[in-house]
Each structure stands twice: as structure tokens, then as C-alpha cells.
Design a protein around this ligand. Structure first.
Ligand SMILES: O=P(O)(O)O[C@H]1O[C@H](CO)[C@@H](O)[C@H]1O
Ligand SMILES: O=c1cc[nH]c(=O)[nH]1
Length: 243
């Protein structure tokens, strides 16, 4: 029962899946945090792994860059493999001076220049928000670990290299904390399918100051965010066999 993009067998994925854009970040998460992890898919090198974290079954899989790529993997994980909770663990570019490199953001909403959610909602605006329980859990987990996180809206753009010169400044004025490329699509898919979603983001570069992490750092140095995502996963009740 493989899909065009995932070669796993039925039952190979857990109900909770952590999803970075970068498949090598997925591999890092699996190697660093999961016990008894095994690879369950690698079609197009979009790696997926399933293991346990403190005894709870958890999967991690890359979703690629941009809403179209994320949409394929998230939809197939939910519809074919029974995923119920998707937690994006991504990177983003900060739009405010007081948001610093490596800050972790809980994305409590996402605007977008993508049309995908309008396609879902008769061309009207869709409130792209996370599952409230998951978001609250992330905030509580941060507090418990003594970590400062930011909660606020982000902007998911179809274009990494954007032609609208005034966009970033306008987003900042509207209180948007950071830009990235998938959260609005993820929240739209969750609403459409009845799955639940949350996005945590680490600031990998700064739009105002020009500071940047290296690609290697974006791959392997987001452990503080990953720990919070795993705290959220760990608190998710394990589904009973009846569903
Ligand atoms: O680091 P990831 O999780 O891929 O997230 C961000 O990085 C990519 C762009 O470099 C986009 O996918 C964007 O959303
Ligand atoms: O999509 C992204 C990710 C990181 N930084 C950006 O500016 N955009």
C-alpha cells in the first residue's frame, strides 16, 4: 500500500509525526533522539523513520520545501498511513530586531501568499491556526524546561526570493514574527482532514541584520526545538486499537 511518494508498509508510521523540511534534519532527529529507530521510507531521499521516544512511538519525516511539497507528504501520511498529529520542526527568517538567531517560535497562526487555503474555502480567507492543545502543550513544555519561546504569527511564502520589496517591512508592521514556507499549508491540511497540527520554528537567519546559520547548523543544531516537539508528542495519548 505504498503511495507515489512514500514506500512504507501499513503500520510503519506512528500516529505522531515530526516533520522538518530537510530530510537530513529528519535523519539527525531519528539518530539523536529516537530509540530502536528504523528507516521506513526513502523515496526521492525524503527520509522517514519510526522509533520510540521515552517509550512512546514517534515518527519523523522530511516534507521538503514549500507548501506543494509539504502537502503531498502530509496528505499521504494522514490519508494512507493514519498519521493524526503532525508537528513541523522548521527554520525561519526573523522580521524583528528583538527576535534573535536561534529563538524558537510557536506558530500560533500563519498568513500566506499561497492560494491553497482559498482553494479549500470557496476563495475566502482561512484562519490558519494550530491545534490549541498542541500549542498550549508546547508553551507548557518550554516553561517546564525553563526555555524562553516566542508565540506569534508567521508568514508562509511560496517564494524564498520574493519580488515584493515592501513585503517584509509590511509583515513586520503587522506583527508577523518571521517568514518561512509551509505552516499555513500544514494548518489548512489539518483542518481539511481532521488531523491536528503544530509548527515550531527556529530562527535560522535574520532578515534585518543579515545573520545566518550554516546549512549544517540548520540540519543538526535545532535540538532545543526538537525536545519541545518531542515533549508535545510524548503527552499525546496513545490511540487504542479500536481507534
Ligand atoms: O528548514 P525548513 O524546515 O525546510 O524551513 C524553511 O527552510 C526552507 C527554505 O530554506 C523552507 O522549507 C522554509 O520553510
Ligand atoms: O523560508 C525561509 C526560511 C528561512 N529564512 C527565510 O528568510 N525564509
Amino acid at each position: 500500500m505504498a503511495t507515489p511518494h512514500i514506500s512504507a508498509a501499513p503500520g510503519d508510521f506512528a500516529d505522531v509525526v515530526l516533520m522538518p523540511g530537510d530530510p537530513l534534519r529528519a535523519r539527525h532527529i531519528s539518530e539523536r533522539f529516537l530509540e530502536e529507530a528504523r528507516g521506513v521510507t526513502s523515496v526521492r531521499n525524503m527520509y522517514g523513520f519510526t522509533g520510540t521516544y521515552r517509550g512512546r512511538r514517534v515518527s519523523v519525516m522530511g516534507h521538503g520545501m514549500g507548501i506543494p511539497s509539504l502537502s503531498i507528504y502530509a496528505t499521504e501520511l494522514i490519508q494512507t498511513y493514519g498519521a493524526r498529529v503532525l508537528i513541523r520542526v522548521g527554520s525561519c527568517g526573523a522580521l524583528h530586531r528583538n527576535v534573535k538567531l536561534r529563538d524558537v517560535i510557536v506558530a500560533t497562526g500563519a498568513g500566506t501568499d499561497s492560494k491553497v487555503n482559498r482553494m479549500r474555502l470557496l476563495d475566502h480567507d482561512f484562519p490558519a491556526v494550530p491545534d490549541f492543545t498542541l500549542a498550549r502543550r508546547a508553551m507548557e513544555a518550554a516553561e517546564k524546561r525553563g526555555r524562553a519561546v516566542r508565540a506569534g504569527p508567521v508568514f508562509s511564502s511560496d517564494l524564498f526570493y520574493h519580488p515584493q520589496a515592501a513585503l517584509n517591512e509590511t509583515l513586520a508592521r503587522m506583527g508577523i514574527l518571521a517568514v518561512e514556507m509551509e505552516v499555513a499549508g500544514l494548518y489548512g491540511i489539518a483542518a481539511e482532514t481532521g488531523a491536528r497540527a503544530l509548527a515550531l520554528l527556529t530562527v535560522s537567519d535574520h532578515i534585518i541584520t543579515g545573520e545566518k546559520l550554516t546549512p549544517q547548523e540548520r540540519q543538526t543544531s535545532f535540538d532545543e526545538m526538537i525536545e519541545l516537539a518531542l515533549d508535545v508528542a510524548l503527552a499525546e495519548p496513545v490511540p487504542t486499537p479500536a481507534g
